[in-house]
Ligand binder design. Structure first.
Ligand code: NAD
Length: 437
C-alpha cells in the first residue's frame, strides 16, 4: 500500500513521519520546495517534540519527500492536510486546499488506481460536497464513490504533542458515503489504531464535529478566564484550586481549565471565527460563541488596563514579554495572544523586549527591528518597568528575586501563576488570584 500526504505542516508532517516510521511506503508532498529540501535532510521546519526523531526513522525506511504531485498516481490513500487559514472577515480561506485537490484531480485523470482521498484539513460543513468533490470529479473525469473514494477525516492533534496525538488519537472520524472505500478506510484505521473508537458519519457531520470540538474547548477557556477575573476581585481566591476541583467532576473534566491571557494559536481563534461566520451566514445567531470570543478579547484588554493603572501612560515604558509562542513547547506564534499584545503595546509606543526559549526566530519575522530580542530571562528583565509572563515555559519557574534585581520597576503580571508561591520583592499580580490589599 502506498500513501501520499499532501501539505507538510504540523498535521501533515506529523502523519507522514508516524506512518513512515512504522514502515509504510509514504510520499510526503508540499508546494514549498525549500521546506521539502529541509525535511528530506531530516530537519523539521518547525519545533515539535519528537517530530525530528520520528522523521529520521521514516527517512531510513520507505519515505519520499517531494514537491512533485505526479507521484500521487500510484497511491492507494491520499491524505490532504493543506492549510485553511481565515480571511479578514473571519470566513475560511479555501484557496490552498482547492489548489491541492485540483492537482490531485489532474493526476487521478491519468491514474489506473482507485485511491481514497481523505481530507484532514479543517473545513466548514458543506465544503466536501460543494467544493472539494466537484473539483475532484471535474479535474479527474471520474466519479467519487465509484472510481475513487472521498472521506472527511478531521484531525484533533494539539501542537506540542502532535506526535503522541498522531500515534494515539482519542477518536477517528470518517465522513462520507457507505461505499467500498469507507470499508477500506475503516479497516486501515482499525489496524493502525486498534481499540480507538471510529465514528462513521456523513461529510457535513464530520466537518461539524471538528468545529464542535474546538468551539467547546474555546468555551471552556473563556469560562475559566471569566471566573478568574471574578476571583481577582475576591482577596485570596485562587482560580487554580477552583479549576482543579471542578475538573475532578467527570461531567466537567480537568483539561482546558487553565486560566490565562486568552486562547490563541493556529486553530481555536480561526475555527471560532469560521464557525461564527458560517452560523451567521446560514441564519443562526451564535450568541454563546460570540460571547466566548468577546471574553477572549477582553482578557488581553484587562492586561493593558492593569499596566495603565500601575504605570500611567504606556508610551516609552520598557515592557518585557516572557513567552511569545501561543503555548509552551512549540515555536508557533500564529495568532498568539503575546503577539497581539505586543502589537497593541507598540501602538501605544511602549519599548518592548521579549524572550521565548523557542519562538525568537518566528517572533523576529513579525516585528523585525521594532522590538528587542533578549538572550536570557535576566537579560530581558534588565531595566524593565513591567514584565508579563504570558505562557508557562518550564524555564520561567526559575525566576526569583535575583533575576528581577535589575528591573527598573519590579512590576510583574503573571498570566499563568508560575511564581504565585514565591516571596517576590515585587508588585506582583497573578491572573485569577485575588490580591490581598
Ligand atoms: P500548516 O500551515 O502548518 O501547513 C500547511 C502546509 O500545506 C504548508 O507546509 C504549505 O506549504 C502546504 N500547502 C499549501 N498549499 C498546498 C498545496 N496546494 N499543495 C501541497 N501543499 C500545500 O498547517 P497545519 O497547522 O498543519 O494545518 C493543516 C490543516 O489541519 C488546517 O486545516 C488546520 O486547521 C488543521 N488542523 C491543524 C491543527 C494544528 O494544531 N496545527 C490541528 C488540527 C487540525
Amino acid at each position: 500500500m502506498k500513501i501520499a500526504v499532501i501539505g507538510l505542516g504540523f498535521v501533515g508532517l506529523s502523519l507522514t513521519s508516524v506512518l513512515a516510521s512504522k514502515g509504510n511506503n509514504v510520499i510526503g508532498i508540499d508546494v514549498d520546495v525549500e521546506k521539502c529540501k529541509k525535511i528530506r535532510s531530516g530537519i523539521a521546519p518547525f519545533f515539535e517534540p519528537d517530530l525530528e526523531k520520528m522523521l529520521r526513522i521514516g527517512l531510513k525506511k520507505k519515505l519520499t519527500i517531494t514537491d512533485d504531485f505526479s507521484l500521487v498516481k500510484d497511491c492507494d490513500m491520499i491524505f490532504v492536510a493543506a492549510g485553511t487559514p481565515q480571511k479578514s472577515n473571519g470566513a475560511i480561506e479555501l484557496s490552498m486546499i482547492k489548489k491541492a485537490v485540483t492537482s490531485i484531480g489532474r493526476v487521478l485523470a491519468k491514474s489506473k488506481k482507485s485511491p481514497i482521498v481523505l481530507i484532514k484539513s479543517t473545513v466548514i460543513p458543506g465544503t466536501m460536497q460543494n467544493v472539494i468533490l466537484p473539483i475532484l470529479e471535474r479535474r479527474s473525469g471520474k466519479k467519487a464513490g465509484r472510481e475513487f473514494g472521498l472521506i472527511s477525516n478531521p484531525e484533533f492533534l494539539q501542537e506540542s504533542s502532535a506526535i503522541r496525538d498522531t500515534k494515539f488519537p482519542h477518536v477517528i472520524v470518517l465522513g462520507g458515503y457507505q461505499t467500498k472505500f469507507m470499508k477500506k478506510a475503516k479497516s486501515f484505521f482499525s489496524k493502525l489504531h486498534p481499540n480507538v473508537s471510529i465514528t462513521i458519519t456523513n461529510h457535513q457531520t464530520a466537518e461539524m464535529i471538528k468545529y464542535a470540538n474546538n468551539s467547546f474547548l474555546a468555551t471552556k477557556i473563556s469560562f475559566i478566564n471569566q471566573l478568574s477575573n471574578i476571583c481577582q476581585n475576591i482577596p485570596g481566591a485562587n482560580i487554580d484550586d477552583i479549576a482543579k476541583t471542578i475538573g475532578l467532576d467527570p461531567r466537567i473534566g480537568a483539561l482546558f481549565l487553565n486560566a490565562g491571557p486568552g486562547y490563541g494559536g493556529s486553530c481555536l481563534p480561526k475555527d471560532m471565527k469560521a464557525l461564527i461566520n458560517f452560523a451567521d451566514r446560514i441564519g443562526t445567531n451564535p450568541t454563546l460563541l460570540n460571547a466566548v470570543e468577546k471574553t477572549n478579547q477582553n482578557q488581553m484588554e484587562n492586561i493593558i488596563s492593569l499596566i495603565e493603572k500601575k504605570l500611567g501612560k504606556i508610551a516609552s515604558k520598557r515592557i518585557t514579554i516572557l513567552g511569545t509562542a501561543f503555548k509552551p513547547n512549540t515555536d508557533d506564534v500564529r495568532d498568539s495572544i503575546a503577539i497581539e499584545l505586543i502589537k497593541k503595546l507598540l501602538k501605544k509606543k511602549a519599548k518592548i523586549t521579549i524572550y521565548d526559549p523557542k519562538a525568537m526566530r518566528n517572533t523576529m519575522k513579525i516585528f523585525e527591528g521594532k522590538i528587542v530580542y533578549a538572550k536570557s530571562i535576566t537579560d530581558a528583565l534588565n531595566k524593565s518597568q513591567c514584565a508579563i509572563m504570558m505562557i508557562h515555559w518550564k524555564q520561567f519557574e526559575a525566576l526569583n528575586n535575583n533575576s528581577i534585581k535589575h528591573m527598573k520597576r519590579k512590576f510583574i503580571i503573571d498570566c499563568r501563576r508560575i511564581l504565585s508561591k514565591k516571596e517576590l520583592d515585587a508588585e506582583y499580580y497573578a491572573i485569577g488570584i485575588g490580591k490581598k490589599e
